[in-house]
Design a protein. Structure first.
Length: 92
């Protein structure tokens, strides 16, 4: 990690984002290691426990489905919920 002194909120946010991304990579690797080593079920360490559950998830490609079914965009819009989202993307 960069050892420069952080003096503003933008640099602080980007530094935190980088740390979180590295920790998320380590967390995914740790979860995969535990799932592969112990398999499904409840498992305990010295202090904490985990529950490993294997499942499948399905998603639908709604845009492609609508195109193939020739569903008009105004009909899709009637069933679409829109909500406000603020996105702040770090740039190095």
């Amino acid at each position: 990690m960069n050892t420069a002194i952080i003096t503003n909120d933008i640099d602080a946010m980007v530094a935190l984002d980088k740390q979180i991304k590295e920790l998320e990579k380590k967390l995914v690797a740790a979860k995969n290691d535990i799932a592969n080593k112990y398999g499904e079920g409840e498992h305990r360490g010295n202090t904490y426990g985990v529950l490993v559950t294997l499942s499948q998830r399905s998603t639908v490609g709604w845009k492609k489905l609508a195109d193939e079914a020739k569903i008009p965009m105004d009909m899709i819009a009637r069933y679409t919920k829109t909500s406000a989202v603020i996105t702040v993307t770090p740039k190095a």
